[in-house]
Ligand binder design. Structure first.
Ligand code: SAH
Length: 266
């Protein structure tokens, strides 16, 4: 039987209803769509998510939303769409998230740590056991900017044939949602990486980077105009370590002590 277009009310019984799925971690995974141009893609992404038990959708400055095409393409995932939150900026959409992974159709000139879809899913699901995590998708034409990638700790690229690497954004959401679902059901990533402190949130890590940059400047180690990429490289370095909250506290304490020492001329 063909799916009928359903509009409006949240909830209900979509054909692909995963309401009964209880896969640990999935509820903490936020799918973030940045600057989506076609509202139909937002609906198609919501549908893709719902088939895989995901329900938290965040939209950053969508070009046109709400829009009837979104509801049409959601095709039964109206509840996911109805609950989607719209944000003006990416940092707002990432608030509270410990692990943030960006998706990209192409290789970047600065090599961010690159994960396979499977490794990305297992990393995110492991972190999602402790709190919110995010997977970020870019604009249909231009993807994500480098400044947006700076807010993410790693990058995931879905392997494709050479020379035609760009999937429709909702198709990319579908593939990565499937990997997240499989990782959550299989308990992938559950072993190891146990820490006595929860993972640091994106806001805590951002404040650490701001503090680090300020201390590097005040000690004369860093001229922000030269080399401009230093902060990006340091973000990459710390991004690989998956800092926990206690570790961020230690680093902030160290930076504060250095500031005091510089001020006291010691
Ligand atoms: N010309 C753009 C293509 C963007 S496609 C670029 O080069 O970045 C729109 C979005 O879909 C991307 O930002 C990414 O979020 C997702 N996407 C498309 N193809 C992908 C792939 N092979 N791997 C991972 N994400 C992909």
């Amino acid at each position: 039987m063909r799916l009928r277009r359903r509009r409006g009310r949240a909830g209900g019984t979509g054909i692909c209803d995963n309401a009964g799925v209880d896969a640990p971690g999935l509820a903490n995974v936020r799918i973030v769509l940045v600057g989506t141009t076609h509202p139909g893609n937002i609906g198609a992404a919501a549908r893709a998510m719902k088939t895989m038990g995901l329900s938290t959708l965040a939209l950053v400055a969508p070009a046109r939303y709400p829009a009837p095409e979104a509801w049409a393409m959601a095709s039964g995932a109206d509840d996911v769409l109805a609950a989607a939150r719209v944000h003006a900026t990416l940092p707002q959409a990432l608030a509270g998230c410990a692990s943030v992974v960006a998706t990209s159709a192409r290789q970047r000139s600065i090599p961010w740590p690159c994960l396979s879809p499977r490794a990305c899913a297992s990393t995110l699901i492991a972190a999602a056991r402790h709190g919110p995590v995010a997977l970020v998708f870019g604009r249909e034409q231009t993807g994500l900017s480098n400044a947006e990638l700076d807010l993410c700790q790693a990058l995931v690229r879905i392997p494709t044939v050479a020379g035609f690497s760009s999937l429709n954004v909702a198709a990319a959401v579908q593939i990565l949602s499937y990997e997240l679902y499989a990782a959550a059901l299989g308990g992938a990533g559950a072993e190891g990486c146990e820490s006595d402190s929860p993972p640091a949130t994106a806001d805590q890590v951002e404040r650490f980077y701001a503090h680090l940059e300020q201390v590097m400047i005040s000690t004369g180690f860093h001229d922000p105009e030269k080399p401009r990429r230093l902060m990006r490289r340091l973000r990459r370095l710390f991004g690989r370590t998956a800092l926990d909250q206690h570790e961020v506290q230690i680093l902030r304490g160290l930076l504060a002590a250095m500031e005091q020492s510089v001020r006291g001329g010691r």
